[in-house]
Every structure is written in structure tokens, then in C-alpha cells.
Design a binder for this molecule. Structure first.
Ligand code: CTP
Length: 401
């Protein structure tokens, strides 16, 4: 069982921190709450203390606390630091390294894994300042639990809601937090897919034409990332091999960045064996012989000579290391099911997830897919890419039973 240092920021979602404490205590974890001045407008120290059965720390200048437990010690006595809810202000201070109260001082002083659960108005969340700060925190190794999308307390709709406390707890307890302080304390990779290795490819590939130009496609990587995240949350060891995308890594996933189809094929081969491979990447079918120097406009339009790239899915389908469950995607604009069904046999895949990419699926947040198996075709209702991912992982869990 783990020791949480829980920093409660100021926001309407602060009441959910109380529920989170209740859930964490029930699961046997220790929780030491730290309440910011903003947080104290929404929940009282008394209620947090009662639920946590622990003193609640509020002020850096409380000399009694400093005498009993200095802020450095407090920041390191826990196994992990959870900021929930993390407000735009707290996130900005963390990104800038500001330490002007107890919570921000602890965050700067800690040597433990830090996880933040942002919650705020949708516009504040989507503001470039917040997104830049979030990217900074992720780059420093801080785990960010993405806010949920839905109607907000302020009347607007969109991402910014704090996920349900139970979901936050599940997420945290399934994180493979590397520092040794938590090893053996958290049930690392505990879930229906624990002990399984799942390989996911995602995003586009870029095939260079010359040092500055590439052949690319519109794949955003969102569906593949959602699948990798859902697999990790179900306890799998996940290798995510990804072409050039602008997405942060999901928590608990080993990510390998590549650029070209050939590099992706090589990374996949090097990552075997796997129990399951889910090839979501939109791999370029062709590449050109790249010019080592920039092609000059004055030389006129280049006559590009295309050569075929390796087909990663088809190669895996014939490999002696073929994963037990091999899943491909099929991006189609017409005869979606017929083409995808043909791809399943041609590439020796077990399942094909087919989608119609003639609309705004590529880059969008939602997807409508057909699952093609040896048994036939299932038409799944349109859903968010996260929901499609969870549904697919649920099917994989069933299949591996
Ligand atoms: N795929 C792959 N390697 C390639 C091309 C595709 O592994 N060089 C995989 C994709 O990741 C996906 C599946 O094969 O899982 C189908 O990809 P798709 O682009 O729909 O099909 P293609 O085989 O490229 O056929 P076409 O472009 O003619 O539809």
C-alpha cells in the first residue's frame, strides 16, 4: 500500500478530493492532505483530516508543523505526490518553478513521482498557456491525468472535468512508477492484462524526399495512443511505436519514436515477442529515394520514383514470432467492409478494425468502426476514440481468457 501526499487545489472539483481520500483509505493507502488557500474555499481542513485520519497541512509558515515535520521531509515522506484537482494557476506555478506557498514548495522540493489531475474551465484548459505548461510538466516526467470531457459546472461543455475519483485511483495504482520508493508498494501492472506484452503502432510515417521535404499523411495518432493507454490501464506491458505525432505519451507506456516505415518495421521486429500486436499506424505504402541535398525549384518538378515499403502487418502475419492475436486497422474510403475483410485474409490478421476515413476521422476525436473477425462483421456505434480503445481492449481481454 502506498503513501499519498495529496495536494488539493482550489476549484469546484475539490470536493472530489474528499471522495478520493475515502477511496484511497478504503484501498489501504495512507493519505496526507495538503490544502491550498484556494482549496480551503471549497473544502475544509477538518473534513479532509477526518476522512484521511491524518493532519492536514495548509501553511508553510505554521512553525509548529515546521518543528514537527519540515516541508522538505513532508515532500519526501510519501511514495508519490498527487495534485487533485490541479488548477491552471498551480500548473503554471509548477511549470515556472514558483514556490510561494506550502503546496508549490513541496512540489519543488519533492524527489517522488508527481501525478497531476487537472480540472478547470474548458477554455482555461485549452488555452495555449495551460497547454504549454502541461507539455513542460510532461517533459519533466510528471504524469498528467487527462481531464474528462462533458458538461461543466460553469455551464460550458468540453474537456476540463476531473475524472471520477475511482478512475483516478485505478489509474494511479496501475502506473508503473519507476522510482524504487514505490516498488513493491503499488500493485504495478495489476489488471486483467498483467503479464501480457502488447505492441501498438500509431501515427503516420514520414518518408523523406530530401533533407527538408517529406511524404506524410493525416494520421494524428490519437486512436493508437488511446489503445496504448487503455492497454496499460488494464495492466499490460505496452510498447508504443510511433511515427511523427504531436501527442504526449500515455502513462505507463514504453514509447519508441520513429520516422519512416522502414524504421517502424525494424522497431516492431526488435520489440517481439508480444502476446498481442495492434497495428494502428497509417504506414506509408511507398517511399522515394531521398536526395541528400535540397532539391532546387529551379531544376523543375522532381520525377519522384516510388518503391514499396515493407508491409509490417503482413510481415508479422507470416512471422514465426507472430503474436497470438494480430490486429490490423483498415482505413478505407469506399467498400469499407469488403476491402477490410479482404485485408484480414491477405495479411493473415486475426481481426481488422475498419473505419471510413472519407470524413474527418483522421485527426478527429471520434471514430465509427467495424470489427472484422473470422466469425463475421460487427458494426460498432460511433464513439470517442477513447471509448473505441476501451471496447477493443475489453474484447482482447475476453479473447485471451
Ligand atoms: N500496414 C502496415 N505496413 C504497411 C501498410 C499498412 O503494417 N506498409 C498496416 C496498417 O498499420 C494497418 C493495415 O496494415 O493495420 C492496413 O493499412 P491500410 O493503409 O488500410 O491498408 P494498405 O495495406 O496500405 O492498403 P490500401 O492502402 O491499398 O488500402
Amino acid at each position: 500500500m502506498a503513501k499519498f501526499l495529496l495536494i488539493v487545489g482550489g476549484g469546484i472539483a475539490a470536493y472530489k478530493a474528499a471522495e478520493l481520500i475515502r477511496g484511497a483509505r478504503k484501498a489501504g493507502h495512507d493519505v496526507t492532505p495538503v490544502l491550498t488557500a484556494g482549496g480551503a474555499h471549497f473544502v475544509t481542513p477538518m473534513s479532509l483530516a477526518a476522512l484521511a485520519e491524518s493532519p492536514v497541512y495548509t501553511s508553510l509558515w505554521d512553525l509548529k508543523d515546521e518543528a514537527e515535520m519540515g516541508h522538505i521531509q513532508l515532500s519526501r515522506a510519501a511514495d508519490l505526490v498527487l495534485v487533485c484537482p490541479a488548477t491552471a494557476d498551480l500548473i503554471a506555478k509548477m511549470a515556472a518553478g514558483i514556490a510561494d506557498d506550502l503546496a508549490t514548495t513541496l512540489l519543488l522540493a519533492t524527489d517522488k513521482p508527481v501525478i497531476i489531475a487537472p480540472a478547470m474551465n474548458v477554455r482555461m484548459w485549452q488555452h495555449q498557456a495551460t497547454q504549454t505548461n502541461i507539455a513542460t510538466l510532461r517533459a519533466r516526467g510528471i504524469t498528467v491525468i487527462d481531464p474528462d470531457e462533458g458538461p461543466m459546472a460553469c455551464g460550458e461543455y468540453g474537456p476540463g472535468r476531473l475524472p471520477e475519483p475511482d478512475d483516478i485511483l485505478t489509474f494511479i495504482t496501475q502506473l508503473p512508477l519507476v522510482p524504487s520508493a514505490v516498488e513493491g508498494r503499488l500493485p504495478v501492472g495489476d489488471g486483467p492484462l498483467s503479464g501480457r506484452h502488447i505492441l501498438v503502432t500509431a501515427g503516420p510515417t514520414h518518408e523523406p524526399i530530401d533533407p527538408v521535404r517529406v511524404i506524410a499523411n493525416r494520421s494524428s495518432g490519437k486512436q493508437g495512443f488511446a489503445i496504448a493507454a487503455a492497454a496499460a490501464q488494464a495492466g499490460a506491458r505496452v510498447t508504443l511505436i510511433v511515427g511523427p505525432v504531436a501527442l504526449p505519451s500515455p502513462g505507463g507506456v514504453a514509447r519508441i519514436d520513429v520516422e519512416t516505415a522502414q524504421q517502424m518495421a525494424e522497431a516492431v521486429a526488435n520489440s517481439l515477442p508480444a502476446d498481442v500486436a495492434i497495428l494502428v499506424a497509417a504506414v506509408a505504402d511507398w517511399r522515394v529515394e531521398a536526395s541528400p541535398t535540397k532539391l532546387k525549384k529551379s531544376a523543375g518538378p522532381p520525377a519522384l520514383q516510388f518503391v514499396a515499403n515493407p508491409d509490417i502487418l503482413a510481415t508479422l502475419g507470416q512471422s514465426p514470432d507472430r503474436p497470438r492475436l494480430l490486429i490490423g486497422f483498415a482505413a478505407e474510403t469506399d467498400h469499407v467492409v469488403a476491402n477490410a475483410t479482404a485485408k484480414r485474409t491477405a495479411k493473415n490478421a486475426d481481426w481488422i478494425v475498419a473505419n471510413d476515413v472519407s470524413g474527418d476521422v483522421m485527426g478527429g476525436a471520434r471514430n465509427q468502426v467495424h470489427l472484422i473477425t473470422a466469425a463475421g462483421v460487427e458494426d460498432w456505434p460511433e464513439a470517442s476514440k477513447d471509448d473505441v480503445a476501451r471496447q477493443l481492449i475489453a474484447r482482447i481481454i475476453e479473447e485471451l481468457k
